[in-house]
Write a protein that binds this ligand. Structure first.
Ligand code: SAH
Length: 216
């Protein structure tokens, strides 16, 4: 690592801590996964700034501090199986892949899943499966999941995802109208599986969770 790269990395981690990302495992994973690997082209030199950036198919890679806070709120354990809805660049999936035993991530744009899969393979993260499809329905065949992270805004937490959460499991999802500021919600399924508890965490702004068929 050059001295410039080391300084950049230190500043990146400092920004995260300043915004409230304090969990040592989350910070460790974000130190290990280089965001620059997921931001190519025009915006590559801004990869270490705390801002969302455009990626292909009109989508965005989330702001690093939001990635950190969402990952922290999810409370991923080393033996967990995690489902992510909204692969985008694959950056969030990579961080989950460092923290969990197994990760499934799904996006409706084939262009994005193809690129994300290649990037994750380059990093040697072999415990992540990238799929193309409508994530609102989850992955009934692979579930139930210990953790579910939705990185697109839904009007309500999708029913199939609630059903695919294990008892004691946690889902983090931005909820609200797509053209407004949304609320990041943590849904915890009670240990007896009988009900859900909801916590409102912070205001966020995500692209909408869109219904319908996969796209190129
Ligand atoms: N987690 C990503 C950023 C996600 S942006 C990252 O780390 O880069 C939100 C993504 O959700 C977009 O790529 C969008 O295509 C995807 N998306 C929206 N609706 C979806 C749906 N119904 N099923 C799967 N993916 C969806």
């Amino acid at each position: 690592m050059t001295p410039e790269e080391a300084t950049r990395k230190m500043q990146f981690l400092f920004q995260l801590r300043q915004k409230g990302v304090t969990d040592a495992r989350v910070l460790g994973a974000m130190e290990r996964i280089d965001r620059g690997h997921f931001v190519r082209g025009h915006f590559a030199d801004r990869a270490y700034e705390d801002m969302p950036l455009p990626i292909a198919s009109g989508q965005t890679i989330s702001q690093p501090s939001v990635v950190g806070l969402m990952t922290q709120a999810l409370g991923v354990q080393p033996r967990d199986t995690v489902l992510e809805i909204g692969t985008g660049s694959g950056y969030q999936a990579a961080i989950l892949g460092v923290l969990a035993r197994r990760v499934y991530t799904i996006d409706r744009y084939r262009t994005l899943t193809r690129e994300a899969e290649a990037r994750l393979a380059e990093l040697g993260l072999a415990n992540i499966t990238v799929l193309t499809g409508d994530g609102s329905f989850g992955l009934p065949d692979q579930g139930p999941f210990d953790r579910i992270l939705v990185t697109a805004a839904a009007e309500d937490p999708p029913g199939p995802l609630l059903q695919q959460l294990k008892p004691g499991g946690v889902m983090v999802v931005p909820v609200g109208q797509s053209d407004a500021v949304q609320s990041l919600i943590r849904v915890s399924r009670r240990a007896d599986g009988a009900g859900f508890d909801y916590d409102e965490l912070m205001p966020v702004r995500f692209v909408p969770l869109v219904d319908g068929l996969p796209r190129d």
